[in-house]
Write a protein that binds this ligand. Structure first.
Ligand SMILES: [Zn+2]
Length: 145
């Protein structure tokens, strides 16, 4: 399990009501001061694994782009690519669902249908999931509703 930052100021600033814990740049931050349940720890740890994989792949892509085109600017978005992908997938789902559902319902669907969230939800109750999960396991949830 990863280190957890309890009673975290960043979590208190960034997370709105109804949300108490998040994985931020590979670290698990929570508003709570008491120990988190294993389920929440595992859920956020899965997000941390996803973050590490997306960041590593983004770094490799930036490295190839630097070799081909030169310059170091390719590395600037690497630390936030996980959040960019998360946002783009959610924005796409939200915009598609907005036509058939209300604003709020489309927002909830975009969040819950995210490939990153689907994998974390499926694995949060499975003891040993993180140790046995396949590399880029979240990709098998892409496009699933
Ligand atoms: Zn989550």
């Amino acid at each position: 399990m990863r280190r957890i930052y309890y009673d975290n100021r960043l979590a208190k600033c960034l997370l709105w009501s109804g949300y108490s814990t998040a994985m931020l740049f590979g670290y698990i931050c929570t508003k709570y001061s008491e120990p988190l349940s294993f389920r929440i720890k595992r859920h956020e740890s899965i997000h941390a694994e996803q973050y590490g994989e997306v960041t590593m792949l983004s770094f490799l892509v930036a490295l190839v782009l630097q070799i081909i085109f030169g310059g170091g600017w390719w590395f600037v978005p690497v630390p936030v690519m996980y959040y960019v992908l998360y946002f783009l997938e959610a924005a796409f789902t939200w915009s598609v669902r907005l036509c058939t559902h209300g604003w709020r319902e489309a927002f909830d669907m975009a969040y819950s249908n995210s490939m990153f969230e689907q994998e974390a939800r499926d694995g949060e109750d499975a003891v040993g999931y993180i140790e046995t999960r396949k590399y880029l396991a979240f990709l098998r949830y892409f496009g699933k509703i």
